[in-house]
Design a protein around this ligand. Structure first.
Ligand code: KG4
Ligand code: ZN
Length: 338
């Protein structure tokens, strides 16, 4: 089965073609980063309009790269939610309309299920069950993944998502949007141990997280600093270490609670090199394994939507003719695929 995947939930237009026999045949991405940079964050209306401008061209490009036509596509998967409603509706309208015109089934995919399953596109995919640490710009969740569609929320951020905290702190440090990767780069120049940031909510039991206090702590530390490049780098380093340590403590706790030794990290923040190496070391120490997607599939992309959509289409799920976006959509309400 060959599936065309469409991702438009936020500021990236991602298109991909996944074939259940051949694997990923093509993928194309257009990032709106430059468009939103002047505003310091995503402007929803501009995002929707830019998806409209780019989506058809990218679909044509993906089909050409895969060497196929609409006749070779067996189903269309698009991100139905959660996300920005206007942006979601662009992908949903195009995906649903193409499926109707081509006479193929369509499926609306949950964006976070896409992120969770992204490591399945790699050579060494994680077997079920596992604990997943899903850390993106919009979500920070720890999920017990028992099987396809069988997702149990173990804990989540009670305020800012980890990626959001990276972005906001980066802004305080004078870095351009999207700040997460830029802050990580600056942190490489920082000296460890100059500042000691808190590890929020780790001194009490439970798997919920909180990151907004770290941003405030960073703001106060910046205000007390000399403003030099080195002190900015030192603050970036201390902030990054605090987020990673906190995530690692919670992930270890979740594995213990679930009685598992397999960890998946996914979502934009899982592209963070220090997070990847820190969790790899922890998992090696406890005799477990960690899985993550290649960096380009950590952040939003069409490949993860094509893959998740294929899993649901092959199980017989299809979408009605109604064009629908679902900006809020709890992950644990998805149908379990047996
Ligand atoms: O998954 P994603 O592309 O979009 C959402 O679904 O939210 O995640 C984007 C987030 C942004 O907050 C971005 O700053 C963060 O992931 N991010 C990083 C890194 N790369 C992306 N944060 C820290 N270190 C990175 N290397
Ligand atoms: Zn995402």
């Amino acid at each position: 089965m060959r599936v065309l995947g469409i991702e438009t939930s936020c500021d990236e237009t991602g298109i991909a073609i996944y074939d259940s026999e051949k694997g990923l045949m093509s993928h194309a991405l257009y990032s709106q980063v430059k468009l939103h940079a002047d505003y310091g964050g995503v402007v929803p209306e501009l995002a929707s309009r830019d998806h409209v401008r780019k989506i058809i061209g990218l679909i044509k490009k993906s089909l050409a790269e895969a060497g196929c036509t609409s006749d070779d596509i067996d189903g269309i998967a698009y991100t139905k939610g959660p996300g920005l409603i206007g942006a979601l509706l662009v992908g949903a309208c195009v995906g649903r309309a193409l499926a109707y015109a081509w006479g193929k089934p369509a499926i609306g995919v949950h964006h976070l299920e896409g992120h969770l399953l992204a490591p399945m596109l790699e050579d060494n995919p994680p077997p079920f069950p596992f604990v997943a640490l899903l850390v993106s710009g919009g979500h920070s969740q720890i999920i017990q993944v028992n099987g396809l569609g069988d997702y149990q929320l173990m804990g989540e951020s009670v305020d800012d998502a980890a990626g959001e905290a990276f972005d906001k702190t980066a802004k305080l440090l004078g870095l351009d949007y999207p700040g997460g990767p830029r802050l990580a780069k600056l942190a490489e120049q920082g000296n460890p141990g100059v500042h000691k940031f808190p590890r929020p909510m780790t001194d009490r039991p439970g798997l919920d997280m909180s990151f907004s206090g770290l941003k405030t702590f960073a703001a106060n530390t910046i205000a007390d600093s000399d403003g030099s490049e080195q002190s900015k780098a030192d603050i970036a380093r201390a902030f990054e270490e605090a987020v990673i340590d906190t995530l690692a403590i919670k992930a270890k706790r979740a594995l213990k609670q679930a009685g598992m030794n397999r960890l998946v990290i996914a979502g934009g923040v899982s592209a963070n090199k220090r997070l990847r190496s820190s969790l790899a070391e922890i998992m090696a120490n406890i005799g477990g394994e960690v899985y993550y997607p290649r960096p380009e599939f950590c952040t939003d992309n069409g490949a993860m939507i094509a893959y998740a959509g294929w899993q649901r289409l092959v199980a017989g799920e299809t979408e009605s003719l109604e064009v629908k976006g679902q900006p809020r959509w709890p992950l644990d309400t998805l149908a379990v695929i047996s």
